[in-house]
Write a protein that binds this ligand. Structure first.
Ligand SMILES: C[S@@+](CC[C@H](N)C(=O)[O-])C[C@H]1O[C@@H](n2cnc3c(N)ncnc32)[C@H](O)[C@@H]1O
Length: 433
């Protein structure tokens, strides 16, 4: 396919996403099924164009004074890919399978890339209804935070310390240009190519043998900051596919016990092959069994309960740019209710002196500090560890990390703008002994 034809295809995908209010991945898959002639390079390029246009949807619409998929594409090419008017003109050349030529008005709009005068949610490319919570969390810096959330994410890997050492894994992935992550002692980072295509690390021998896992650095740090230590009894209450479970087991050097639970057994299913590949020996998966309380025997015995809570995912917009435009206030209300219930439920498992690590991949205060403050008001006998104590788990990097993150009295927040990770909130709350 020509570059112009790829652009026209990406505009068609954006039109489908808008018309049917569906996830980008579904629209891209359908496009692929009905255009089987397109090769993998074409598909990756089209996905890259569509995702980048979604990332910059509000600012592109403002620049072009139009809220159409075509305007989103043209505006993105100028704002994100930094093409000049002549280069965009060449792509919009009007030949078969390509988009119609630029109009005079479109050409004029592209003369400037200034977003001066745009409201924060336009300059920061996030939904207007989230301006108030983001202002509460980040004040004037919310535009910068939004911009960083609208950028592409790198591919992060966690080296499995049960099987490998970071230097060896880095050498095995030198052909991808893997480098050490800034904060996580087990992390490696690979830059994603200009067309947005991630390298196929899952086909690498070191992945197949369980030496590495795909995990954002923020997620690695969230697990690390819980302070899980060898020999402890740990309940991973929202284990899902096991990303945190695997990191916890490695941090505990296979000693002690991790119990992995999730109410959704389909989400839990991938954990079994992942545990096997990683060589973990201290994880017991407790899959739900109808109304039976499969965690009853753990009550009062846990040193640590990790709640990697269901949340709005606002911290992961770099990876799911369409999710930010689909999020609705009702979903936020539902998530905050679930989170409060989970925090309350978790208390029954924690032994005196034990702790809960509460984690979200959200940047909204209602799901983060607000949730912990409300918990502490409901539960006398619990206290939040100050962020400086929580960050101490990072050893010599703790001071710099503390300066980078947003801290409150009850927790700390990583963001793409501050730590160059996905957005994560972490709080440690301790039951008095
Ligand atoms: C953020 S995801 C977990 C991701 C996972 N920990 C990881 O690192 O890969 C949240 C999970 O919470 C689960 N969940 C929701 N409500 C729950 C509840 N009441 N008890 C346990 N798990 C719950 C969801 O099924 C979902 O898998």
């Amino acid at each position: 396919m020509t570059p112009s034809a790829r652009i026209e295809a990406a505009i068609a995908v954006l039109t489908d996403i808008d018309a049917r209010r569906r996830p980008a991945a579904d629209a891209l898959k359908d496009w692929g099924l009905s255009h089987r002639f397109a090769g993998s390079g074409d598909r990756a390029a089209i996905a890259g164009l569509a995702y980048d246009a979604l990332r910059r949807k509000a600012s592109a619409a403002w620049l072009m004074a139009a809220e159409t998929p075509r305007a989103a594409m043209i505006g993105m090419l100028r704002l994100a890919r930094e093409l000049d008017v002549a280069a965009i003109d060449r792509l919009f050349d009007g030949v078969a399978h390509g988009p119609a030529p630029l109009t005079d008005d479109e050409r004029q709009r592209l003369a400037s890339t200034s977003l001066d005068g745009a409201p924060p949610w336009v300059a920061g490319d996030y939904p207007e209804w989230l301006d108030a919570p983001l202002a509460a969390a980040f004040g004037a810096e919310r535009v910068e935070e939004g911009r960083a959330l609208a950028a592409r994410a790198p591919l992060d890997l966690r080296v499995n310390s049960l099987k490998a050492d970071r230097d060896d894994a880095m050498a095995a992935l030198a052909h991808f240009g893997a480098t050490e992550t800034r904060w996580s002692p087990d992390g490696l980072r690979i830059k994603v190519a200009a067309d947005g295509k991630s390298p196929a690390v899952q086909a690498e021998p070191c992945f197949v043998k369980g030496l590495i896992e795909i995990q954002d650095e923020g997620s690695q740090l969230a697990a690390l900051l819980s302070g899980a230590a060898p020999g402890e009894q740990v309940l991973d209450l929202c284990a899902g596919g096991g990303g945190k479970t695997l990191a916890l087991a490695a941090a505990m050097a296979n000693r002690g016990q991790v119990f992995a639970f999730d109410t959704d057994s389909r989400r839990l299913a991938p954990i079994f092959p992942r545990l096997e590949r990683a060589g973990t020996r201290n994880v017991q998966v407790r899959a739900p069994k109808g109304p039976r309380d499969v965690l009853a025997d753990l009550a009062g015995h846990m040193d640590l309960v990790v709640i990697d809570a269901p949340c709005t995912g606002t911290g992961t917009w770099r990876r799911n740019p369409d999710a930010k435009w689909r999020l609705r206030p009702g979903a936020l209300a539902q998530r905050t209710e679930q989170q409060a219930e989970l925090l309350d439920q978790a208390t029954r498992f924690v032994k005196p002196g034990g702790r809960i690590a509460y984690v979200t991949c959200s940047l909204l205060p209602e799901e983060n500090d607000g949730q912990i403050e409300a918990f502490l008001a409901r539960h006398p006998g619990w206290r939040a560890r100050p962020p400086a104590e929580v960050a101490a788990a990072l050893g010599e990097r703790a001071m710099l990390f503390l300066k980078a993150v947003r801290t409150s009295e009850v927790g700390l927040t990583m963001t793409p703008a501050r730590t160059d990770t996905d957005g994560f909130f972490v709080a440690l709350i301790t039951r008095e002994g």
